[in-house]
Design a binder for this molecule. Sequence first.
Ligand code: ITT
Length: 184
Amino acid sequence: MKLRIITSNPGKAVEFRHALGGLGFDIEHGDEDCDEIQADTLQEVVLSCLSQLRGRGLGDYALDDSGLFIDALDGFPGVYSSYALRTIGIDGILRLLDGREDRSARFECCIGCSFRGEELTVQGKCEGTIAHRPSGTGGFGFDPIFVPSGYDGTFAEMSIDVKNGISHRGRAIQALSAALKEKV
Ligand code: ITT
């Protein structure tokens, strides 16, 4: 099954390729212009992108919108994660948590997919905590400060396959694969 992954983020494309390649998908990577609307949920952003991409002759494709939701910050940066990373960055997030005891957080991912003319969305979550300092060189984005529950190290200290096995995106990809396999 051929599937085009639409993202401007090469780190995401690599994770999709690793996870779906192993499940028998033939993955292509492309970038397409899609205005990320300001919305309260990842799913609203994804549904808007799916509708903007309709009719562009892209074949079967998937895209995702993800965010880091920090409990002590009432869910910030959440749907504003990309803006927060570009502006205050990882150091800014760590400063906001200075002196806070509760460092619990979760990554969430919503994947939208257009497959044989039908659109679907699936979600995945990963619970964890925000580390006191960045560590690791793998991954991308907030990976150096996110420690998934049950692990000692950050996402940035894991191989792609280990991260995919437990991450928000890895879980959403599993759900996507199961949903698509039912349609063929
Ligand atoms: P596209 O929308 O083009 O796919 P993006 O990087 O803007 O790329 P998102 O809006 O989904 O993707 O991501 C919001 C932010 O969260 C962004 O700064 C990412 O780097 C970060 N992020 C997303 N998934 C992540 C992950 O698995 N690990 C660490 N950071 C992640």
